[in-house]
Design a protein. Sequence first.
Length: 472
Amino acid sequence: MTALTQLRNFWDGLDSRRQLIAVLSALAIAAAIFGISRVASAPSMVLLYSGLDPVAAGEVISALEAEGVVFEVRDSAILVERASRDRLRMDLAAKGLPAGGPAGYEILDNLSGFGTTSQMFDAAYWRAKEGELARTITGSPDVRAARVHLANPVSQPFSRATTGSASVTVTMARGTLDEGRARAIRYLVSSAVAGVTPEAVAVIDSASGVVLAGAEEGNALGAGRDPDDREERLRGNIQRLLEARVGPGRAIVEVNVDADMDSQTISERLIDPDSRIAISSETESSSENAQGGSAGVTVASNLPDGDVQGGGNQSTRQASQSTERQNFEVSETRRERVILPGQIRRISVAVMVDGLLEKSAEGVETWVPRPAAEIETLRMLVQSAIGFDAERGDTVTIESLQFTPAAEQGSLVESGSESFLDLHGARLAQVGVLGMIVLALIFFVLRPMLARQGPVADLAELTGPRAAGSDP
């Protein structure tokens, strides 16, 4: 008996309800298999750009739609087919997409000579200037985004010319903006804008705050000896010291300076009584000689037995006087001390450095923390850089921990379990659901139906044409 005959006999042995179930199950299995094949044969989608700002992402999507390119948008990532990714990147770059930062001098190209006032042109010019400066700053590989604001003083008649000012906000790709790069940005802006001095440019890091303040605030911080200024200076010194060893962007430094912001004036007067010194001596002497005339009649001369003779004809008197005066001085010390605000009470430093990547014999790189001896050497260097004083209570903490770098704009997602699931999770879920449907139809519909139909098929075989032919 051929397979087709057996299948026909099996089909004839089913009742109408089971025949309907078998047809529907076959159609469902065919649809599931077709869906699995479509999902498996769908083009592989890879990352084109990620982390773009909404304006730049919208321009890229519009360009892809205009070219009829198949793409997907997942969160902030734009995915395209793997075969056309490199070509699309070059085509979009030729069109100036994605736009790197705000618009620059192309703003002036859109201005027409008619209907454009001087105020409108000035506003467009300064917008273009800010955009070009922001593009130059973001050209650095460590800078993710930058915004520049220029304050142009309005010139008025019969008024002296005033200088302008500027402020720059920088977002770093990793780490924080150190003082050296902030000074470079300051001189870049001041050199590109007439009338703006370097001291009039404020540089701000979006993560750590003010890096370089303007002229007025800088003078105030210098006069008041603000702790924040010391913290930034110490942080920059330690950052440069550590990055020379561990590499750029692989060390994070935080410094806390506890300072006394009260001012004091102390006056002292010290006298040493045992240090008497004669500074002057004065002696004054005087003498007096006096002689009188003849003596007069006395009482004794009038008595019976008295001396009838009078006194002497003259009397003599002598007197002398001597005065000595000495002036002494004692040792005296006068001190007046003025204690300005900002005296350091305590310095605390926390440092986190990245570890090392060790390659095994199989070529697999594994992150390991830095050795304890190296951490101790780095601690001694940091202590020397801050003027460590144990009696003052200074502390320095250094730990080796693994960094999590931020994904750069437009870069490919690194291969790994997390990124693979993010990119292909939906497709895997579709294949899994369709596969479960096929397995459910096979094990819970067809198999029970075939198991129950087995004895019926045998009975039909026995009562078939052979059995009929054996009858007399």
